[in-house]
Design a protein around this ligand. Structure first.
Ligand SMILES: Nc1ncnc2c1ncn2[C@@H]1O[C@H](COP(=O)(O)OP(=O)(O)OP(=O)(O)O)[C@@H](O)[C@H]1O
Length: 290
């Protein structure tokens, strides 16, 4: 079951938000209102004293790029995370961390418009993304866990098809250059079925290099480093850096170290019900039957 709107009960209060950030381009904040977990109230700031950090020269009210406001996600009748706020501006990077099941993939799916928040809003330049899902889809590239490589098409053909579906001109030329960006030109003519797990992953990620940042500024990457060797991780990091220099932005989840300069970290564990003990009380709070 997906994150979804549901007309029940108040949102739960939030854990302490720990974020490290360096400029440029990401602002995160916590507005915590203690509703049913008073023991945590000492580390929660009242709404009137919202704690936030904002990149120099930016204001949260401008909401440039992508913004999440009081985002709450429910999956399988369980609150995964709640009252999550962040702003991601052009050139910015946000790294999602947290233990298995803390909601990294769920948040990426929300940002991609693949599922709906239980409550809260996601905006692009101040407009709710739900108002124009097609426009949002066009501006983003989402790389999830699923392998999208067609086994009967070569690596080059796979990318050419994607470039065509994305409405890009010169699809084959773009495909060749995208493969080169991930050092995959030597397998351009190999059918997808013969590619190794890491090679398939690189073909999937090469899709990011098909379009310029002005066409698809938002990259949403779910554990992009999984199955990649060290050199490929470095190439991906270079691709991300070039994208950001061109005004693009990236949200990625990871369990390992990735060299993403000046990125902000968001630990989903600080926003969610991560223990079995907490599940029951949170479900009661949002009106979910036992
Ligand atoms: N389709 C679904 N239906 C119900 N619950 C789901 C579904 N998909 C995920 N969940 C639950 O949502 C919670 C968050 O899962 P999610 O995949 O977002 O976590 P994650 O942080 O990405 O985990 P991991 O580090 O293992 O990839 C988990 O408790 C998971 O069991």
């Amino acid at each position: 079951m997906e994150c979804r709107p549901a007309p029940v009960g108040p949102a739960p209060d939030r854990h302490h938000f720990t974020a490290t950030a360096k400029p440029p381009a990401v602002a995160v904040s916590l507005s915590g209102i203690s509703i049913f977990r008073p023991a945590l109230s000492g580390i929660l700031a009242p709404a009137s004293q919202e704690r936030s950090f904002v990149t120099q020269g930016q204001t949260q009210s401008a909401d440039p790029g992508l913004a999440a406001r009081h985002l709450t996600c429910l999956r399988g009748e369980r609150v995964v995370f709640a009252d999550l706020d962040f702003t991601l501006s052009p050139g910015g990077a946000l790294i999602l961390v947290g233990p298995n099941g803390s909601g990294k993939s769920s948040l990426l799916r929300l940002l991609a418009g693949l599922s709906r928040p239980f409550s809260g809003a996601l905006t692009w330049n101040g407009t709710d993304i739900a108002q124009d899902p097609d426009a949002h889809r066009a501006r983003l590239r989402y790389a999830g866990h699923q392998d999208a490589v067609k086994p009967t098409l070569t690596a080059l053909e796979n990318l050419s098809v994607w470039a065509g579906l994305d409405g890009l001109d010169d699809p084959e030329d773009r495909a060749g250059r995208a493969l080169a960006a991930l050092a995959m030109d030597h397998v351009a003519d190999m059918p997808g079925r013969y590619l190794s797990a890491g090679q398939k992953k690189r073909v999937n990620l090469a899709r990011l290099a098909l379009a310029p940042a002005r066409t698809a500024p938002l990259w949403l990457l779910d554990e992009p480093a999984t199955a990649l060797d060290r050199d490929s991780i470095d190439r991906l990091a270079a691709l991300i850096a070039a994208h950001r220099r061109a005004g693009g932005m990236v949200v990625l989840s990871t369990h390992s170290d990735m060299d993403v300069a000046d990125a902000s970290m968001l630990n989903l564990a600080d926003f969610g019900a991560t223990t079995d003990d907490e599940d029951e009380s949170q479900n009661e709070a949002v009106g979910v039957p036992a």
